[in-house]
Design a protein around this ligand. Sequence first.
Ligand code: MN
Length: 131
Amino acid sequence: MAPRVWVVEDDVHNFELVDFLLSEAGFEIVQAATAFELRALLAGPTAPDLVLMDMQLPGATGLDLVAELRADQQHQGAVVVALTAQAMRGDRERFLAAGCDDYISKPIDTATFVETLRTILARGRTHRDGD
Ligand code: MN
């Protein structure tokens, strides 16, 4: 079955690039461009296999949104990958502590993006509450 991916991204160009790469690879894409749209998805009946989370959104930090997602029993199984333009020392630890399983730096490397996500998905959840 096609992996179901929520792409939480407010930048239209970045979203289009991710949408293009993942659609071509057979993934099923749903976009949330705002915290409001993500919260609507969280409240809905569908659980994603993978969440790509832009860490810079208007109105909310990615870290807060990951915490909201992880607080929802329905979304414990989702693999969450942070997308970040500002990977700095210590970010990886902060992302993982917040409930992310991995992160990918922007700008996206189109040559490796899909394969990287497949590898992360195959590995599954690495975050566990209390880690
Ligand atoms: Mn953004």
